[in-house]
Design a protein. Structure first.
Length: 525
């Protein structure tokens, strides 16, 4: 199901908190090594990928907006909400199109790299140096190196079977250049940079509409290359000579684009900052220890947890009510109608128990409620004075009793009815009433089920209350519940306003009566 505009907005501001915090910490760590800053960006990326899962576990955003907009002391005014017809209707499809485009771009890069691997040429000079350099870096996984005529820059890819791809011109390189290139690429393999780049690509695809997500991926790529440069320099390479190698490799590699999923060595976008860092002797080039890595992981989890707390605090003026509907044997009762109503009558909500008998009401204002459960074949269960306090989530286990069967038996005997006692009071006329002719629905317009809500899998029950006038039309029609999608309420009200009744007759005269209408929107499984 596609996310709504409200969900995308919630993800956007939460992502902003994480990314702004990451940018601030990178400034704080500007004198630390590039490996530490890259680790920070990796932690921020993981936090971004965790946010959608947390958003799914939170209450529906529509409920959150409706509840906050309506004070608990006022009757819901859902009927005044007009269905949106602006750009927000296209927010979810637009996000999906951008996400699919970004993922397709990533997948195309992976397929292109796979084709390079199939058309590889042997790289004998590199294979001679590879075992010794891999041993120096402490690499245990087997790394293969090959050349390809379609590759313009050295690059690496793969997680379980990493491959180093070199341009065909690598056969003309000096031993010194081959050595620094292999060290740089092996550093990528040791750091699992291909995997972290894939995670960053997914995060950027999910947040493609967020400009900070693009800057974060760019900063992550820059720190990644600096970290591998530091590895080359810590193994004894002269900074000036290494800078010259980077410039010459970047000059020859600018003629051909790099696949999206590859990890290239010397792209021109961040070359200037890399050369400055390589020539600066004051730059720290140490790799972070395990304790620091654990600290970054903890900070990432703490940032996500803090956002969850913010969500709970934003909902702190409300409470939740949940529980189970059971029969006398303790078995679950599915599809029972559960209603909750404030004792003042100002708010009423309705839901149905699930297949496991459970039900839940979210974003209810604090107060005293009456809970009723109806199910054919069972007696009406009514529990009054249910207290709901701010921030609480009480659980109710409601047990239904079998409905009572009533029989009426008339015993007729023989005899005469005694005459009524004689009264000494003067005679008076008695107005005989009690003759009620019930109302009858003459015309019913069937409520429409909005197509967009069907595609999103949104269901709900709308409770309407109105007055049947003496001419059979509906007056003062309003919605009783607010924890339902506004478009369902609007569709139900548009149809019910057209209904016409035969008015109720009391002793032959039409009178106004109050009616409650329940409109259930359900999807076929």
């Amino acid at each position: 199901m596609l996310p709504s505009l409200a969900v995308l907005g919630s993800l956007a501001w939460k992502a902003s908190v994480i990314l702004v915090l990451a940018h601030a910490l990178t400034v704080f760590l500007r004198r630390r090594s590039a490996s530490e800053r890259h680790l920070l960006w990796t932690a921020a990326t993981v936090a971004l990928l965790m946010l959608p899962a947390l958003e799914r576990s939170a209450p529906p955003v529509v409920v959150l907006q409706t509840s906050i907009a309506q004070p608990a002391t006022q009757a819901p005014a859902v009927q005044t909400i007009e269905p949106s017809r602006g750009w927000s209707d296209y927010a979810a499809p637009l996000w999906a199109a951008g996400f699919l485009a970004m993922i397709t771009w990533q997948m195309a890069g992976l397929f292109l790299l796979a084709s390079y691997r199939r058309n590889r040429l042997p790289a004998a000079p590199a294979e001679a140096l590879l075992p010794q350099l891999a041993n120096t870096l402490g690499l245990r996984s087997k790394v293969r190196v090959c050349t390809n005529s379609r590759v313009a820059l050295p690059m690496t890819w793969g997680v379980f079977r990493p491959v180093i791809l070199l341009p065909q011109s690598a056969s003309e390189w000096t031993t010194d250049r081959m050595r620094v290139v292999l060290i740089h690429e092996l550093a990528h393999v040791r750091r699992f940079d291909f995997l972290t780049q894939l995670l960053a690509g997914v995060a950027r695809a999910a947040y493609w509409f967020h400009p900070l997500a693009w800057t974060a991926v760019s900063a992550m790529r820059r720190e990644r290359e600096k970290a591998c440069d530091d590895t080359v320099l810590t193994l004894g390479e002269e900074p000036a000579g290494y800078a010259r190698h980077l410039l010459e490799i970047a000059a020859t590699g600018a003629i051909r684009p790099v696949p999206a999923a590859a990890v290239p060595m010397a792209q021109a976008s961040h070359l200037e900052t890399r050369i400055r860092a390589a020539l600066n002797p004051a730059v720290s080039r140490q790799n972070p220890r395990r304790a620091r890595k654990a600290a970054f992981a903890f900070l990432s989890a703490l940032a996500v947890a803090a956002l969850v707390v913010v969500r709970i605090q934003a909902q702190a003026n409300y409470g939740r009510l949940y529980g189970s509907v059971l029969d006398a044997s303790g078995a679950a009762v599915p599809k029972a109608v559960v209603t909750v109503a404030l004792s003042s009558g100002e708010r009423k909500e309705i839901t149905r128990s699930g297949e496991d008998g459970t039900f839940a009401f979210v974003m209810l204002p604090a107060g005293t409620y009456t809970v009723e459960v109806r199910k054919p074949g069972f007696a009406l269960l009514s529990r009054k004075d249910v207290q709901l306090k701010t921030g609480e989530a009480p659980q109710l286990d409601l047990t239904l009793e079998i409905g009572r069967i009533q029989e009426t038996v008339e015993v007729v005997g023989k005899g005469t009815t005694p005459p009524p006692p004689v009264s000494s009071a003067p005679p008076r006329r008695i107005r005989v009433g009690g003759n009620v002719q019930a109302t009858k629905l003459l015309y019913m317009a069937k409520p429409a089920y909005p197509e967009a809500l069907q595609q999103q899998g949104i269901e709900g029950t709308v409770l309407l209350e109105g007055v049947i006038s003496v001419d059979g039309s509906l007056l003062s029609l309003r919605s009783l519940n607010s924890l339902v999608h506004p478009e369902l309420t609007k569709a139900a009200m548009d149809a019910v306003k057209q209904w016409r009744y035969q008015p109720t007759l009391l002793n032959g005269k039409p009178v106004e009566v109050v009616t409650t209408i329940t409109v259930n929107y359900r999807l076929e499984k």
